[in-house]
Every structure is written in C-alpha cells, then in structure tokens.
Design a protein around this ligand. Structure first.
Ligand SMILES: Nc1ncnc2c1ncn2[C@@H]1O[C@H](COP(=O)(O)OP(=O)(O)OP(=O)(O)O)[C@@H](O)[C@H]1O
Ligand SMILES: [Mg+2]
Length: 230
C-alpha cells in the first residue's frame, strides 16, 4: 500500500500569549487535501495571528505546526521560506497587488519569486486570469474591487499550493463580488485537491466550508449556527 499523503496542515497543542493575554491555549487543527475549513472569531481573537504562524512568520510559545508533513519548528528561516513558496498560497484581505503592474505581471511575479521555472509563466498566469474572468488590463489600478480580488486569488494559485490560506478575502467587496469570490474559493479544494483555510467575519462566506470553527477560549470549536460571528 502506498503511504497516504500527509495532511496539508496539522496544528497540535498550539499555545501563545501576548503579555498576560492568552490567545491560544492548546489549539489543534488538521486539514486534508480537498477539504475546506472556515474560522470565525471576533476581532482580536487571533485569526490573523494564527495565519502568521501557519506561514511560519511568527512562532508560538509551544505546540507544533506542520505544512505538507513538514514541522515548521524543525526548519530554519530559509527552509521555511522555501516550504511556504512551494506549498502555501495566501490571499490577503486587500489583495496586496502591485497597482502599476498588469494583472498578468502580478500573477507571474509571484511564480518567479517562488523560484518557478520562468518558461511559460506568463502564459500560465494569463490562463488562470482568463479562467477567473479577469479582463486584460494595462495596470490593476483600473480594475474593480472584485476583479482585483480575483487577481489576488490567481496569484495565490499560480504555484499550485497544497494549502491555500485566505484572510478576510471578501472583506472589501460588495455583495455580488463577495459571492463570486467566495464561490470561486470554495470550489478550489475539489477542483485542485488543495486544502483551503478561510478566516472571516462573514457567516455567509464561512458556511460554504466543509467545517466552520470558531476561536473560543484559546482553541477551535465547531461554530454555533446563528449569532453574528463578530
Ligand atoms: N505584535 C503584537 N504586539 C501586541 N499585540 C499584538 C501583536 N500582534 C497582535 N496583537 C494583538 O493580538 C490580538 C490578535 O490579533 P489578530 O490580528 O490575530 O486578530 P484577528 O482575529 O485577526 O482580528 P480582526 O478580525 O480584527 O482581523 C489582538 O488583540 C492584537 O491587538
Ligand atoms: Mg485579522
């Protein structure tokens, strides 16, 4: 029998305090390829902090974070950066695009920064953007909010990550664009066999996931339906 693939993400016993404020107290989370999880939590509950730890940019006081079977705690900064480039894609709240570049160059640049083979990288970027319905434009400055957010999704996907992270991916969008971007994001695990972790305040976005969790008392629990999520 072949070895089963490692989980895309495995977090075990994560604890972290800022001063005397305990943010995480033995937090656990496992995410397999093809699966989506949303995390709801009030402002300041630690959602973005958790993503920083998964990205290997911030270290917990104790506990382990493994991405694609590799324990981040056992890696130096360079190896963590390579693992991040190889296995993780991240969609930021406000897209974080370079406004003076074209959509295609924004996406291609992400592939080049990750050390991808540069041949065909522009074609790959253009193909992804076409599939996501982003019009061709000289610079992303001229795109609508929803179109920019789809460029940000394309950028996170260009390296075919095992684990896709999104921090309030629809926070800056109107209702129609929010639904479009959410539909697109939550279709990806089945389409690309990646794992998707979305942190959001928006329950209509969160409940598209296979599992909806909330940070309460320093750990993740199934979120109660109803309420505001804030
Ligand atoms: N470097 C830091 N020094 C001190 N406090 C910090 C630092 N970084 C984060 N915090 C605090 O940690 C808590 C968690 O922050 P975090 O950004 O993870 O919250 P969040 O759940 O993402 O909130 P939001 O929904 O508003 O984005 C907040 O109370 C924040 O003020
Ligand atoms: Mg946040």
């Amino acid at each position: 029998m072949p070895e089963p693939p490692p989980p895309a993400l495995a977090i075990s016993g994560l604890s972290y305090a800022i001063g005397d404020r305990v943010l995480f107290d033995g937090l656990d989370l496992a995410l397999a390829a093809g699966e989506s999880v949303s995390i709801l939590g009030s402002s300041g509950s630690g959602k973005s902090t958790l993503l920083s730890m998964i990205l290997g940019l911030l270290q917990a006081d104790s506990g382990t974070v493994s991405v694609d079977g590799e324990d981040l705690g056992g890696l130096g900064a360079g190896a963590r950066a390579r693992l991040r480039a190889r296995a993780v894609g991240m969609v930021f709240q406000f897209g974080e695009l370079l406004p003076e570049l074209s959509p295609r160059d924004n996406v291609a640049l992400a592939a080049m920064l990750a050390g991808a083979d540069t041949t065909g990288v522009h074609d790959r970027a253009a193909g992804l953007l076409r599939r996501l319905g982003v019009p061709e434009a000289a610079t992303v400055e001229t795109l609508s909010g929803g179109e920019r957010q789809r460029v940000a999704v394309a950028r996170a996907l260009v390296n075919e990550p095992r684990l896709l992270l999104a921090d309030e991916p629809t926070g800056a969008l109107d209702e129609e664009n929010r639904d479009k971007v959410a539909e697109l994001l939550f279709a990806l695990p089945a389409e690309r066999d990646c794992a998707l972790l979305v942190v959001t305040h928006d329950r209509s976005v969160a409940y598209r996931a296979d599992r909806v969790l909330a940070i309460t008392g320093g750990s993740l629990r199934p979120a109660a339906r109803g309420g505001t999520g804030r």
